[in-house]
Design a protein around this ligand. Structure first.
Ligand code: GLC
Ligand code: GLC
Length: 652
C-alpha cells in the first residue's frame, strides 16, 4: 500500500466536498454577502484551516471504514451553520478576524451568574445591563440556562436540549436579544458548552433507552460490570458522597451507563464520529445565538481509554482542536475557555490558539487562598515563577471563587521545592477553610469528603472564606476591617497578574454563605449551593449609606476594574516576579510596549517592610506613584506595607 500522505489526501477530500459547499451557498438565503463574497470567504478560511481539521479528524476517526462520510457530514454541518449565522455575527467575525487577540485587552473584566438567582429571568437580566456597565464588566457568563432535566440537574449541567432555554428563564429569542444588547455596550456573552455529557432526559438518551442502537452508541453502555470494573481500576470519583464509582445501572435498559458526575449525566461517546458531528452542530447553534466565548465544561473527561485515568488523554486535545478548527471556519468570532480543574501541568495543555484560547487558572486560585491562610507567599511565588507564563495569543481567566468548590490542585513538586509537605498541607488547608483550625478567619464547609482516601474540597463564598462572615458575626470592627483589606488585596492581584479577572456576581458586595440550601431536598447533598446566593437587589441601597462594609467592597472592586482598564501595562500576560526578601509579600512587574506597572501586595495582617532598592536592578525610575493613593515612593527607600496593602506603582 502506498504511504498515506495527509496533505495530499486533505486536498483530494476537499476537492470532492467543495461542489457540495458551493451548492449550499447557492441555496442559502444569506443576504449580507453576495455568493461570490461567500465563496471567497469560505475558500480563504478553508485554505487556512482545512488541512488542520482534516488531520485532526483523521487522527481521531481515520480508522472508521466510513471516515469520508463523516468528514463530509461534519464539514457540511459547519457550512450550514455558518450560512445561517445572523448578519450581526458575520460582522463580528470580520472584526475578530482582524483583531484576533481581542480577549487579551486590559479592558476585559468578567462576571458569572445564575440567571434565576441573579435576576429571575433573561428579560429582567436585560434591565440589569446598566448595573454590569456601572460595575465595569465586559464579559458576562450566564451559568447553564438551557432546558435541563427536572428536579436535580446539577445547577443546569444536565441538559435536555442545547437549543432551548429553560422556559422559566425565557426563550432562545430572549437569549439572542440579550447577546445583541450586550454587544452594543461592549459586553461579550459567555455560555457553557457542556459537551462531556447530556442529561438522561436528552432526546438522544431517551432514544437509547428505547433501544435505538444508533443512539445507544452515543453513550458508553455495558451489559454487566466486567468492563466498567476494569475501567474503574484507574478512575477518580468526582462526586463520591453522592454515588460511588463512575457507572450507573439503568433498569429499563438493563445496562451500566458511564456517568462521571451524577447518575443522570450520561457521558457522550466521542469515539463515535457521529457524536462529534452532532455535538459540533449543537456548538455552532450556540455560536449563532451570539455567544462570544464558550466555556468548555469538564474538558478533561471527554475521551476514555481502558487502562488510563480517562482524564486529559491526547484525544481529548485532538477533539477540542477539531471543534476549534470548525469554529475558525464557521464562527471565527468565537473563543473557547477551558474548564480543566486538574493538575497544573495538565491545565496548560488545553491552552493554545488552536485549542482553548483562554482558561480558568485554578492553580492561582488555590494558591491565593493558600497564601492568605499561611500569610506566606513562597508556594505562590514558586508556582507563579514557572507556571504563569502562557504562549502568545492566549490568556488566563483569574478568579477567586466560582460556582464550584475549591480543590488544592497545586503541584507536589512545587510544594516540596519550598519545604512544604503537600499532603499535610492540603489537610491543613481543608481544616483552615472549613473552620476546624484554631484561629482561622474562614467560614467554609467540606465538599465531597471521600471517606476512603480522605480527599476533600471546600465550599463557601469569597467573603465567607476571606473572613468577613466570622468578623461581622462577632461584630468585631478590627477583624472586619482586616477582611475588607484582605479582599481588596486579593482582587488587586487578580486584576493585575495577567489575564482576565472574573468574579462570581455577589462577590462585589461580599455576600456571605447562604445556608438555606440545606432545607431544599434537591440541593442539600451538594454544599456548592452555599456559595450560590440569591442576589438581594435592595443591597444597592448600601451605596447611599455613609459607612457600609458592602459598599466599601463594591467600590473597591469597581475602582480596581476602572484602574485596570486605564493601565495599558496590564494588556496580555507578561509578568515577572520581582526579587523581594520578605516572605509575606508578593511583587511583580507588568509591562506592555513602554508602559510598566509594579504591583506590591502584603499577604499578612502585620505591617511588612520592603526594600524598594531591589527594584532599581529592574531599571525602573527613581520615583513610583501608587495609582490608588497617589502616594509617591522612592526606589532608594525601604517602605512599610500596611496590613494587606496593595500598591499599583507607575513611574512618576
Ligand atoms: C463542571 C461544572 C460543574 C459540574 C460538572 C459536571 O465541572 O463546573 O459545576 O458539576 O462540570 O457538568
Ligand atoms: C472536579 C472536576 C471539575 C468539576 C468539579 C466539580 O474537580 O475536575 O471539572 O468542576 O469536580 O466539583
Amino acid at each position: 500500500m502506498p504511504e498515506f500522505d495527509p496533505d495530499y489526501e486533505a486536498k483530494r477530500s476537499l476537492t470532492r466536498i467543495r461542489p457540495k459547499i458551493l451548492e449550499r451557498i447557492e441555496q442559502s438565503s444569506q443576504s449580507l454577502l453576495s455568493d461570490e463574497q461567500l465563496i471567497e470567504t469560505i475558500d480563504a478560511r478553508l485554505s487556512e484551516h482545512w488541512s488542520r481539521l482534516f488531520g485532526l479528524l483523521y487522527r481521531l476517526y481515520g480508522e472508521h471504514y466510513d471516515f469520508f462520510f463523516y468528514l463530509e457530514n461534519i464539514t457540511l454541518t459547519a457550512v450550514d451553520c455558518w450560512l445561517s449565522r445572523p448578519d450581526e455575527l458575520y460582522q463580528l467575525d470580520i472584526r475578530r478576524e482582524n483583531d484576533p487577540g481581542w480577549y487579551l485587552s486590559e479592558r476585559m473584566v468578567g462576571g458569572s451568574l445564575y440567571v434565576d438567582l441573579f435576576s429571575d429571568d433573561l428579560n429582567t437580566l436585560r434591565d440589569r445591563i446598566p448595573y454590569f456597565k456601572d460595575l465595569g464588566l465586559t464579559y458576562v457568563h450566564l451559568m447553564p440556562l438551557f432546558a435541563a432535566r427536572s428536579g436535580n440537574n446539577d445547577g443546569g449541567y444536565a441538559i435536555n436540549d442545547y437549543r432551548s432555554v429553560d422556559p422559566d428563564l425565557g426563550t432562545i429569542e430572549d437569549l439572542r436579544g440579550l447577546a445583541s444588547d450586550f454587544r452594543k455596550v461592549g459586553i461579550s456573552l459567555v455560555l457553557d458548552f457542556v459537551f462531556n455529557h447530556t442529561s438522561d432526559e436528552h432526546a438522544w438518551a431517551i432514544k437509547a433507552q428505547e433501544g435505538d442502537r444508533e443512539f445507544e452508541n452515543y453513550f458508553h453502555t455495558y451489559p454487566d460490570r466486567t468492563i466498567p470494573a476494569k475501567y474503574e481500576a484507574n478512575l477518580r470519583e468526582i462526586f463520591p458522597t453522592i454515588r460511588r464509582g463512575n457507572f450507573t445501572w439503568h433498569e429499563g435498559m438493563q445496562r451500566w451507563i458511564w456517568t462521571t458526575f451524577n447518575s443522570f449525566q450520561w457521558d457522550l461517546k466521542y469515539s463515535n464520529p457521529e457524536v462529534f458531528r452532532a455535538m459540533a452542530a449543537e456548538m455552532l447553534f450556540l455560536a449563532n445565538t451570539g455567544v462570544e466565548i464558550l466555556r468548555l465544561d469538564a474538558v478533561a473527561f471527554v475521551w476514555k481509554q481502558m487502562g488510563t485515568s480517562c482524564e486529559n488523554l491526547p484525544e481529548a486535545h485532538l477533539l477540542i482542536q477539531a471543534f476549534n478548527a470548525l469554529c475558525r471556519i464557521a464562527a471565527p468570532g468565537l473563543v473557547f475557555k477551558s474548564e480543566a480543574i486538574v493538575h497544573p501541568d495538565e491545565v496548560v495543555r488545553y491552552i493554545s490558539r488552536e485549542e482553548c484560547q483562554i482558561s480558568y487558572n485554578p492553580t492561582l486560585m488555590a494558591l491565593l487562598w493558600e497564601s492568605i491562610a499561611t500569610r506566606e507567599t513562597k508556594l505562590l511565588k514558586q508556582s507563579l515563577g514557572h507556571r504563569q507564563y502562557l504562549n502568545a495569543g492566549t490568556s488566563w481567566v483569574n478568579y477567586l471563587r466560582g460556582h464550584d468548590d475549591i480543590g488544592w490542585s497545586f503541584d507536589n513538586g512545587d510544594a516540596w521545592a519550598v519545604g512544604i509537605n503537600p499532603d499535610d498541607h492540603r489537610n491543613f488547608l481543608n481544616k483552615f477553610y472549613t473552620g476546624r483550625f484554631a484561629g482561622t478567619f474562614a467560614a467554609g464547609v467540606p465538599f465531597q469528603h471521600n471517606e476512603t482516601n480522605g480527599d476533600m474540597r471546600v465550599s463557601g463564598t469569597m467573603a465567607s472564606l476571606a473572613g468577613l462572615e466570622k468578623a461581622t458575626d462577632r461584630g468585631d470592627k478590627a477583624l472586619t476591617e482586616l477582611a475588607v483589606q484582605r479582599i481588596r488585596m486579593l482582587y488587586g492581584v487578580l486584576c493585575s497578574i495577567g489575564g482576565i479577572p472574573l468574579i462570581f456576581l455577589g462577590e462585589e458586595w461580599g455576600l456571605i454563605n447562604d445556608y438555606a440550601y440545606k432545607e431544599d431536598p434537591e440541593k442539600e447533598a451538594d454544599s456548592r449551593w452555599i456559595h450560590r446566593p440569591r442576589m438581594v437587589w435592595s443591597i444597592l441601597k448600601e451605596l447611599k449609606k455613609k459607612r457600609s462594609v458592602n459598599k466599601r467592597i463594591f467600590l473597591n472592586l469597581q475602582l480596581l476594574f476602572k484602574e485596570r482598564k486605564a493601565s495599558p501595562a496590564l494588556t496580555g500576560s507578561h509578568m515577572r516576579l520581582l526579587p523581594c526578601d520578605n516572605p509575606h509579600t508578593l511583587s511583580y512587574l507588568r509591562w506592555h510596549d513602554s508602559n510598566i506597572l509594579v504591583v506590591l501586595a502584603n499577604f499578612s495582617e502585620q505591617p511588612q517592610k520592603v526594600d524598594l532598592r531591589s527594584l532599581r536592578t529592574e531599571g525602573l525610575a527613581h520615583y513610583l506613584k501608587d495609582v490608588f493613593s497617589q502616594s509617591t515612593y522612592s526606589t532608594n527607600d525601604t517602605i512599610t506595607l500596611e496590613p494587606y496593602a496593595l500598591l499599583w506603582l507607575q513611574e512618576d
